[in-house]
Write a protein that binds this ligand. Structure first.
Ligand SMILES: *Cc1c(COP(=O)(O)O)cnc(C)c1O
Length: 420
């Protein structure tokens, strides 16, 4: 459920007409609903309420906007970071260092040092050499780093290849069969406190069966490591729950996921950690855009909107679907292609789609754009960096400004050797 609804013929974000935002901020613009974010955070937590000890860390890469992180920090979420930039955002938004988990396959030594300095709660180690490096740096600093070993369970999450992470040829984690000796060697290092395991098998998952299989494999490994004398007090189960990009394709609910987790983990006796991203932020945002032209096409018309692949990359990157709806639907439908102004054929949001009839000048939205939307935006074609707005009841605020080409040009330099 979200708070982007038609009222009296026009779409609102909570109690704010989208037309008002378009008028005051311009388009394209991302619009987030605070109430929707909070609702998703609470539904997720509620779904896990039957579990004895949990920690939830929002996957910051899904939406690193400070205001979004602030909402989630107030809901008691920590952050799952994959770079020091994300750590800085999490801390700036009020998340506690101890509630931050550092994932990612290419953490550099300076990043590891900075994270240790900040006192983050947990390192998710992706390969043995990384664990050795963390231990070394921690010893130099007179600290002990708390860590878990990320394992790759070799399970196909059944999702798009570019968002699968748990098959043996993927770059993430250590192969689960090789985990016990690696864990033992790392646990023997001073400066490192090895406390458990982590996994994350992919994103936009619709089928819980592969996740359940992966969790069961990790459960067996927990028991094996304990039997070998290691103290295992936590398992990080990652993120990955899907969201309904198409209204009629409904993913498993957090509640059903929670039941599965309770069943699989009932004998583990650990703190369970979760790293949801998309399921929290996806439906809490839309991308508001204006139709520039409706261009006659050979087969179908092209609706050319002022949002493009640089603002919302998912369709070009993953062939992703985003529902497209008029802000003021007139009741008529058309079959059209939807594309942006960027000079790439890939800058196409949909082909042959049945949509509300729109005309040049009309406002429209791409739904479910709150995750992996603005965070992936670029300025390709020297377009402005897309702004973000958050709505709270009948109020709204710009939470990320439109960065104009002038500001981008100001950060570039023509070197002396090119000046005559
Ligand atoms: C991206 C990522 C997540 C979040 O995935 P969602 O599908 O957005 O829930 C969680 N954990 C790790 C390690 C990730 O890389």
């Amino acid at each position: 459920m979200d708070h982007f609804e038609i009222r009296d013929g026009a779409m609102f974000a909570e109690d704010v007409p989208l037309a008002t935002i378009a008028e005051e901020v311009g388009t394209p613009v991302y619009v987030y609903s605070r109430a929707t974010l909070e609702r998703h955070a609470r539904v997720f937590r509620e779904a896990l309420s039957g579990l004895p000890r949990i920690h939830i860390a929002f996957a910051i890469k899904a939406n690193p906007n400070l205001a979004v992180l602030r909402v989630l920090a107030r809901e008691g979420f920590g952050g799952d970071i994959v770079s020091i930039g994300e750590m800085k955002r999490a801390l700036a938004a009020g998340m506690k260092a101890a509630d931050i988990v550092f994932s990612g396959v290419g953490k550099t030594r300076p990043e590891l040092r900075e994270a240790l300095e900040a006192g983050i709660g947990q390192f998710n180690i992706e390969l043995e050499q990384e664990g050795v490096a963390i231990a070394e740096i921690a010893r130099e600093m007179g600290k002990t780093a708390t860590a878990v070993l990320r394992v790759n369970p070799d399970v196909d999450a059944g999702t798009h290849a570019k968002i699968s992470t748990g098959m043996k040829e993927n770059k993430f984690g250590v192969p689960i069969d090789e985990a016990p000796p690696i864990f033992a060697r790392l646990a023997a290092l001073d400066g490192l406190a090895m406390r458990g395991l982590a996994l994350h098998i992919g994103s936009q998952i619709f089928d819980l069966a592969p996740i359940e299989r992966a969790y069961a494999k990790v459960g067996a490994l927990v028991m094996q490591l304990r039997a070998a004398g290691f103290e295992i007090d936590r398992v990080d189960l990652g993120g990955g729950l899907g969201v309904p990009y198409e209204r009629d394709k409904v993913p498993p609910s957090p509640a059903v996921y929670g039941e599965m987790v309770a069943r699989v983990t009932k004998d583990w006796d650990v703190t369970l950690m979760f790293e949801p991203g998309r399921v929290i932020a996806g439906n809490a945002g839309i991308l508001l855009t204006r139709v520039i032209w409706v261009k006659p096409g050979v087969l179908r018309p092209y609706v050319i909107v002022d949002a493009a692949m640089n603002d919302l990359a998912r369709p070009a990157m993953y062939d992703a679907w985003h529902d497209f709806e008029a802000v003021r639907p007139g009741g008529e439908r058309m079959i059209a292609n939807i594309a942006g102004p960027v000079c790439e054929s890939g800058d196409t949001f949909a082909m042959g789609r049945d949509i509300d009839t729109v005309q040049a000048g009309d406002l429209a939205v791409f739904r479910t754009a709150g995750a992996y939307g603005a965070t992936m935006a670029s300025t390709y074609n020297s377009r402005a960096l897309v702004p973000e707005v958050m709505v709270d009841g009948d109020k709204f605020a710009i939470v990320a400004e439109r960065v104009m080409p002038e500001a981008l040009i100001a950060a570039e330099h023509v070197p002396d050797f090119l000046k005559d």
